[in-house]
Design a binder for this molecule. Sequence first.
Ligand code: PMP
Length: 353
Amino acid sequence: MRAIRRDVLALQAYHLEEPPSPVKINQNEAPWDWPREMKERTLAQLASLPFHRYPPYRESALTAPLARRFGLSPGSVLVANGSNQLLQALFLACLGPRRKALIPEPTFSLYRQLALLCHGRAVGVPLGGDYRYDPEALLEAVRRERPRVVLVCSPNNPTGSVLSPREVLRLCEATEALVVVDEAYGEFAEGEGAAALLRGGPNNLAVLRTFSKAWGAAALRLGYLLASPPVAKEVAKALLPYGVSPLTAALGGAALREEGLFRERVLRIRALREDLHRNLAAIPGLRVFPSAGNFLLVKLGPRAREVYRRLKERGVLVRDVSSSPGLEGCLRFTVGSAEENAALLSALREVWP
Ligand code: PMP
């Protein structure tokens, strides 16, 4: 064990292990799998791939369609095994001893861990009232901390808060740091998000997106980065060669060809989110925060953990975030199908207040 770095020994591993549950609304996944026929058609095509050959050095089948989708050049797109891997590559390229990354607080817990593993330091910038982004506080922190990376999660996990593209642009203009916008949940928010800024916009912006949420493909492990070609070129150096299996890339291509299906599902989730928000807010004693993601953060107070446990006993698995700093008393509910949301509400009414 003496071989292991002290800061790594002190680290809590990112970990989530829960038993299977009839209603699984703890990981912000899509409630619906891909249609069987679409899976079978795509898997049949995979049989013609030459398994004995290395794939392209850098994933290429998905790069062009993604670039077209966002009106960018292919040099602006990097594909990897999940957007988390691209974040790691960004941190490896930008962070080091005494190099800081600003992150919102509270946010996705992996950011802090990845920054540390990449020898950097994450500095939290508290969100404002109702967990809204506070653009002035971010600008002030940029001036004070002189970070190399400013990471914005929009919509933010687990609060659902959004930083508008206008404010992202202001941030880019106020700093030489690389501004990274994690839009893992971007499809569930209004508008095109920060990617629109990349067309002729700032050079110090990178946008992360994933197939894990709106595209219903968390199992595929597929994410992408959009940035100016010079930035993408440098980040690519921190990715492993042949990093994306051509099987995964082909499946991602199939998803892009069925964009209409996933777009329609996103609209359904948004409508279900508004219904669930209304129904939860009508339960006395619960505080529901506005969310642009496929999840809702709900404040229950000191009984949050007990409610989480009792929901689990009733077959409804949600995320207990109540032990994270700034999220005391809160649970996070993924927006599920209409049936799953109804099951949540009915179980909740049994255990609350
Ligand atoms: N970013 C955020 C904010 C997330 O919540 C998650 C999933 N929990 C990810 C990224 C992970 O994305 P991927 O599956 O593409 O690695």
